[in-house]
Design a protein around this ligand. Structure first.
Ligand code: SF4
Length: 443
């Protein structure tokens, strides 16, 4: 990753590799804002106005024009009224407005947050590291005054990010070593990782691919590279599964995403396409009706990246409902983060909320040892303790698989609490979630 310090980017601070994607796209989502006849409540409910006095002139049955609204949480409305005065609900709900107004610099951070000394110092250092990027919507979910706020910790950098601890690496999963053509990682026999873009709407400080997202440096993303990756896939019939990731593929303009998915779907031996994304959580306004049409056409599975129950807002309820209503299977991948979501109670709340939103908690990841991640990483035992606190105590669908992505490219290895007390011949002595013992006679 080529690093770009906050202070080295004056003005809006856009890294050069990001400008084409963020600024060249324009999608007008005209059906989204409330229009005549209906108003959106601050809680996102649509209400019918009382009929005007001329209502007697209406012909019945009265069929109102169909309009769509996107919710705005009351706290978000207060937030943008304070920090972007004069902004309309229509602008706030425009995903491109959100991208253009991202928090990208120390100056931006200071305008919104009461920064701790550590945060200010880290943001002002001219370091070679992952840039800051936070959509105004996502910032509205964070505490302005508490630097220990869980979501704020995941997106505002601190000094520990610059300390490389033992075992940490820029590319801990050894992806670069399994790269067959630029942006295509082929490690497993039948599946590949297709890195479609280096752009994300927000930058997570613990990102496994922090070496390549934000300011891509030696990593390149673009049509020429996509074509090389597609040619590789066409000639490798053993590949049946493609994970489209990055960067965040849902930040691509509609036509480019449609083109890429069309190309992938035209390769007969590719049976399964997945999209990894945090956009429905940090930029839910991006899940427009137009985007959903494209996704419905290509039928990918969606791997969403949730972190904390605070993310389960009315806006996210709407973005995930649009995806689920389109028939797209939704799974969630959560990174276990010290002091952020590392308790049974926090994750149980998150996973229950996900099920209510028709998202299946799929993986709970031990945080990868990227450079400067020691303050995010928990002891492995913490993950086991959490799974133990969930399994049997709540719905099975709410219990993800706890995995360590093995450093050096070993792949995902599931780690489970031990429920087997001993095996005596064909007799398995097992412990249940209450620590009670049971025997099972194996055939
Ligand atoms: S959204 Fe995903 S790819 Fe982008 S910074 Fe966060 S973890 Fe990394």
């Amino acid at each position: 990753m080529t690093n770009t310090s906050l202070t080295s980017r004056p003005g809006n601070g856009l890294a050069r590799s990001e400008i084409p994607l963020a600024d060249l796209i324009h999608v007008s989502e005209k059906e989204e804002p409330p229009s005549s006849g209906f108003q959106a409540c601050s809680n996102g409910q649509t209400i019918t106005p009382s009929l005007p006095s001329t209502s007697l002139n209406f012909q019945f049955p009265f069929k109102p024009k169909k309009v769509y609204s996107f919710p705005i949480s009351p706290s978000s409305k207060i937030f943008y009224t304070n920090f972007w005065p004069g902004t309309s609900a229509e602008q706030w709900n425009d995903w491109q407005w959100q991208l253009k107004n991202r928090i990208r610099s120390l100056k931006d951070l200071e305008r919104i947050f009461e920064l701790s000394e550590d945060e200010r110092e880290a943001a002002s250092q001219n370091r070679d590291s992952l840039p800051v990027g936070i959509t105004p919507y996502y910032a509205s979910l964070m505490s302005r005054t508490d630097s220990q706020d869980p979501l704020r910790r995941t997106h505002v950098q601190v000094g520990q990010e610059f300390i490389r601890s033992y075992g940490e690496d820029d590319d801990p999963l050894g992806e670069d070593g399994s790269t067959v053509v630029e942006g295509l990682v082929h490690r497993y026999p039948d599946r590949v990782l297709f890195l479609s873009t280096g752009f994300c709407s927000t930058y997570c400080r613990y990102c496994t691919r922090s070496r390549m997202v934000g300011s891509t440096g030696k990593y390149r993303f673009g049509t020429e590279r996509w074509n090389a990756a597609l040619n590789y896939l066409r000639s490798h019939k053993e590949v049946r599964d493609v994970l489209l990731s990055g960067g965040d593929p849902l930040t691509l303009p509609d036509d480019r995403l449609d083109w890429l998915l069309t190309q992938l779907r035209s390769i007969k031996h590719i049976e399964f396409v997945r999209i990894g994304s945090k956009v429905p959580i940090v930029l839910p306004q991006r899940i427009t009706k137009d985007l959903v049409k494209i996704l419905r056409k290509h039928k990918p599975w969606m791997s969403l990246h949730f972190t904390h129950p605070t993310e389960l807002t009315p806006e996210v309820k709407r973005s995930t409902a649009r995806l689920a209503d389109a028939g797209l299977p939704l799974g969630s991948q959560t990174v276990l983060l010290a002091g952020i979501n590392d308790s049974v109670e926090t994750l149980k709340n998150l996973f229950h909320g996900l099920l209510k939103n028709r998202v299946r908690p799929y993986y709970l990841f031990q945080c990868d040892p990227i450079k400067g991640s020691a303050h995010f990483r928990t002891p492995v035992e913490k993950g086991l303790e959490i799974i133990k606190g969930l399994r049997g105590h709540t719905t099975g669908y709410a219990v993800p698989t706890f995995v360590i992505d093995a450093p050096g490219g070993g792949g995902k290895i599931p780690i489970n609490p031990n429920y087997v007390k001993e095996v005596d011949g064909k007799v398995w002595k097992l412990k249940n979630f209450e620590n009670k013992e049971f025997c099972y006679q194996s055939p």
